[in-house]
Design a binder for this molecule. Structure first.
Ligand SMILES: Nc1nc2c(ncn2[C@@H]2O[C@H](COP(=O)(O)O[C@H]3[C@@H](O)[C@H](n4cnc5c(=O)[nH]c(N)nc54)O[C@@H]3COP(=O)(O)O)[C@@H](O)[C@H]2O)c(=O)[nH]1
Length: 773
């Protein structure tokens, strides 16, 4: 097109040039001939006129001359062919003298044929050359375009066609060198665009893969969720249930699809409908509902479900689905009910426990206040229960408690409450009493029901109970004070000689207060360093030479003064405080005896008392090992004093502990021998080294022939079993004489020394060594 236009322009320009040549010729004729023609005409010189006109006619392209001579003659030269194109110019012929005369006019007709012929030729030549030129240039351009562009476009097209999800690994690379000139040309741009599209595609595919994985994972999680899952549409119509839901309820999707979750359990009660109205309202307003629903399985079985219901919101935050997560909590519910029962009832006896008893007491007091009645409160504690429990074992102890609770209950009216507070303590609440005497009558009846023996493993056992009574409103109008008063009265009854009841009187408060005070202060005695060890020497009976000492604890409280171990050890045992206290005693005693061994160079033994409660504590052996390793005391110089009570306590697995202690080389002695109730067979079965004759026998050994016989028998028996014998409570020389006479090995008592603080013991030790040197 461009070539055609330029060719057209060139042809037109040549044509215009040829035309202008004609015009030029005309103007040459005008300037060259017109004045001479005018003169020839003025002078009427026809010959010259003809010559001049012939001269004009001979000019190129001029084919005809028409000379109009005014007024009416005309001279025509040349032929005019009507088939050819002409152009004519007419020139006036003017004679310019003094006056101007227009003599005629000359019309010159020029043929255009030459011009047209010339034009045709030129058109042909131009078009032909242009066509060739265009053709070759086009070929060249096409080739260059093909080399530089088209083949790359083809490569791109081919790449784009082969581009699919599976073949995204190779980038598009053009078959050309990358130079700085082409690095940002269109092909590079397109290539980069395709490659970045490929990367975006890879990225998108990766994301799609990840999100598909995520969706798959989530849907698997939903499907395999241990909770039941139910999804409803925005109108609360079920759309989806997971496997757990089907397992839990027995319903398949077809059973429940499009139903409201409220309706699937078939409960048409208004209460159930109300619950679901509340659930929907709360979920829509608050965004979550949590609670327990009593549901029904397909088979009709009821179960408790813990549910969480939340909306699933769309991107605009509008709920478009609802998610119901459920968990079968029937077992937990049952367990809770059981716990509730356990929380309120004593498992062993089935009686109300302390918590429920206190509730009932408060209720009884409120009612009595309203009705202006009295309430009787009895605190019962079985006498010597601990001994039975320790000696006959816990199973027998349990049977005894069950039978005791049965006997107590049998003495009461239906409106009364008997509760077990723990251990061997019971509480009886007598509501709506008319007078104080009524409570005492009940107490009397209870005491009587304890008269017949209890049968424990075919053995008759006599057990009594001590009862403390407090009356509302006479003794107090609050439940806690009434309880304290009944407790104080019970202790008084025990002190009175057991198997009795005692009405509360204000003086009793003092005793129970004291007990409480001791307990509270004992808890802090260790950390306040109020405990101290006293040492009492143990000597060879024949020479009086020291062989060791017994560690005896003392409690020196700034407010209560020196408190005897008899008073606080039982309390420490009851409360469990004996474990940390016993650990402290063991550690201090081993440390002190190690010190005296080092200062005297003697192999002194330390005897330490161990309570059954310490044995029951799982960490006893570990504590002993740790103390020995910390104090570096050789185990053979530690003697643990164990009472018969421990041996007879079937609830403690003693033999393993004894075995371990024995293997370790630790000495074991049986303390207070003779005060126990049981057979002596155990002496053979346990690895004892020493037997300590109780001081009660030693003290009367001179006056009482029975005690003398007993002491003699014990020494003989112990020796026959390979045991050494220590006689405790030796206060007088005759007692020592008797013991020596009967070959008692060792002696301990005021005769030698009272238990004294460590410093005094150290002095005594030094003197004893000097005396026996
Ligand atoms: N579990 C622990 N029990 C301990 C510990 N320390 C002491 N106790 C026990 O407390 C009970 C009372 O002890 P205590 O008041 O120290 O009485 C001891 C001696 O003082 C006393 N004794 C010693 N010689 C005589 C004497 O000649 N006459 C006399 N009337 N009394 C004397 O005997 C008690 C020693 O008893 P025993 O242990 O049986 O050898 C007492 O049962 C201690 O066991 C402790 O750390 N842990």
């Amino acid at each position: 097109m461009f070539t055609l236009i330029t060719a057209g322009v060139q042809i037109y320009s040549d044509y215009s040039e040829d035309i202008s040549k004609v015009d030029e010729r005309m103007s040459v004729i005008e300037t060259s001939y017109m004045s001479s023609l005018s003169r020839s005409l003025w002078s009427l010189d026809q010959k010259l006129l003809n010559v001049q006109m012939q001269g004009i006619l001979n000019l190129p392209d001029i084919i005809q001359l028409r000379l109009n001579v005014y007024p009416d003659s005309e001279i025509v030269l040349g032929e005019l062919d009507s088939n050819i194109s002409t152009v004519s110019h007419t020139f006036p012929l003017i004679h310019n003298s003094e006056e101007i005369y227009t003599l005629g006019e000359l019309t010159i007709v020029a043929s255009m044929e030459g011009i047209y012929e010339n034009l045709k030729r030129k058109v042909f030549v131009i078009l032909t050359t242009q066509a060739f030129k265009t053709f070759f240039i086009s070929i060249l351009i096409l080739w260059i375009f093909q080399y530089l562009v088209t083949r790359h476009l083809g490569r791109m097209a081919e790449y784009a066609q082969s581009l699919n999800i599976k073949h995204l690994d190779k980038p598009l690379v053009l078959d050309r060198e990358n130079t700085k000139f082409n690095e940002s040309d269109e092909l590079s741009q397109v290539t980069n665009a395709i490659n970045s599209m490929r990367l975006t595609l890879i990225d998108d595919l990766q994301k799609q893969y990840e999100s598909e994985n995520e969706i798959r994972k989530l849907s698997l999680a939903l499907e395999q969720s241990p909770s039941s899952v139910l999804i409803c549409d925005r109108s609360w119509k079920i759309e989806y249930i997971n496997t757990k839901f089907s397992q839990l309820t027995g319903f398949e999707l077809n059973d429940v699809i499009s139903q409201h979750p409220r309706d699937i359990n078939g409960d048409v009660s208004t209460q159930h409908a109300q619950l679901w109205d509340n659930i929907q309202l709360q979920v829509e307003r608050v965004g979550v509902w949590q609670g327990e629903i009593h549901n029904t399985r397909k088979g009709g079985e009821r179960f408790w479900e813990q549910s969480i219901i939340t909306p699933i919101k769309d991107n605009e935050g509008r709920p478009n689905h609802y998610l119901i997560l459920g968990e079968d909590i029937s077992i937990r519910k049952r367990y809770e009910q059981q716990l509730l029962r356990q929380a309120n009832y004593d498992i062993l006896t089935g009686l109300p426990n302390r918590m429920l008893a206190l509730d009932r007491l408060k209720l009884a007091l409120a009612q009595a206040r309203r009705d202006d009645h009295k309430v009787g409160l009895m605190f019962l504690d079985l006498d010597n229960f601990k001994h039975i429990n320790d000696t006959m074992g816990h199973d027998n102890g349990d049977s005894l408690l069950i039978e005791a609770s049965r006997r107590i209950s049998s003495c009461l009216r239906g409106t009364s409450t008997v509760a077990r507070l723990g251990g061997d303590e019971f509480l009886v609440i007598l509501p709506s009493l008319d007078d104080d005497a009524a409570a005492e009558q009940v107490a009397e009846r209870i005491l009587q029901t304890f008269t017949p023996p209890f049968i424990l493993t075919n053995q008759e056992v006599f057990i009594s109970t001590s009862i403390g009574i407090a009356i509302y409103p006479t003794d107090s109008d609050t439940s806690s004070t009434l309880l304290q008063h009944a407790d104080a009265a019970m202790y008084q009854a025990k002190d009175k000689g057991k198997s009795s009841f005692q009405r509360f009187s204000p003086e009793m408060n003092q005793d129970s207060h004291e007990r409480l005070q001791i307990e509270t202060r004992l808890r802090r005695a260790l950390e306040l360093e109020e405990l101290e060890l006293y040492y009492q020497p143990i000597v060879q009976a024949s020479t009086g030479k020291i062989i060791g000492a017994e560690a005896l604890i003392r409690w020196n409280n700034p407010t209560l003064g020196i408190i005897s171990p008899d008073k606080f050890i039982p309390l420490a045992e009851e409360t469990g405080l004996i474990v940390p206290i016993g650990d402290w005693v063991l550690n201090t005693a081993c440390k002190d005896i190690k010190h005296w061994q080092q200062t005297t160079g003697m192999n002194l033994t330390i005897a330490v008392n161990v309570s059954p409660r310490q044995f029951r504590d799982g960490g006893f052996i570990e504590t002993v090992n740790q103390v020995l390793s910390e104090t570096q005391l050789d185990p053979q110089f530690l003697e643990l004093e164990i009472t018969e009570r421990l041996i007879l306590d079937k609830s403690i697995e003693t033999s393993g502990i004894f075995k371990h202690l024995d293997e370790k080389g630790i000495k074991l002695s049986i303390d207070d021998f003779g005060t126990g109730y049981s057979a002596l067979g155990y002496l053979k079965s346990y690895p004892f080294d020493t037997l300590k004759i109780d001081k009660s026998f030693v003290q009367d050994v001179i006056e009482s022939s029975e005690d003398a016989a007993l002491v003699t028998a014990i020494i003989t028996m112990a020796h026959s079993l390979g045991l050494k014998v220590i006689a405790e409570g030796v206060e007088e020389a005759p007692q020592l004489g008797f013991l020596n006479q009967h070959n008692c090995d060792y002696a301990q008592g005021y005769f030698f020394s009272r238990p004294v603080p460590a410093e005094d013991f150290n002095n005594w030790l030094t003197k004893n060594i000097q005396d026996n040197a």
